[in-house]
Design a binder for this molecule. Structure first.
Ligand code: ZN
Length: 145
């Protein structure tokens, strides 16, 4: 059964990331600096190269792959919650190449920004904390607390 909680939109931060920054690490750093523990993220722009993950459900582990080319960020969507006491950004992203072909997956460190415009919406509500989910092997939200 789905478990959902009510959260309330508080405010938003909107800005741009620096050329050469690591996309995931930079968004995470903003959340740490601004004290954001719960939120949603969206972004668009372009990257110099990308690193994405795919979760192999049978092996219960991530496989990471690199796209060593310049790409457009056609969509980045993610959320902010807590893992091991610190903010963690979980984001999925779709990129397109010079021919408009798309690639997508779980955003991993190693994706380097060329230009990026980001919006982070801060939410207020009870804590969303990640912990190991036995059924999937993933660090999912523990909603039973
Ligand atoms: Zn993911």
């Amino acid at each position: 059964m789905a478990v959902v909680r009510e959260v309330k939109a508080v405010k938003m931060f909107m800005g741009k990331l620096e050329c050469g920054a690591d996309l995931l690490e930079e968004i995470t750093r903003i959340c740490v600096d601004k004290g954001i523990h719960l939120g949603r993220v969206e972004a668009l722009g372009a990257v110099k190269k990308a690193r994405l993950g795919y979760y192999n459900q049978k092996e219960r582990e991530y496989h990471f792959y690199e796209l060593d080319q310049t790409l457009e960020i056609t969509n980045l969507v993610g959320n902010v919650s807590i893992k091991d006491g610190a903010p963690i950004v979980h984001a999925h992203v779709t990129f397109s190449d010079k021919d408009g072909h798309a690639y997508g997956g779980h955003l991993a460190p190693g994706t380097i920004v060329f230009a990026c415009e980001v919006i982070i919406q801060v939410l207020d509500g009870s804590k969303f904390e990640r912990g190991l989910d036995q059924e999937t092997g993933l660090p999912l939200w523990n909603m039973n607390e």
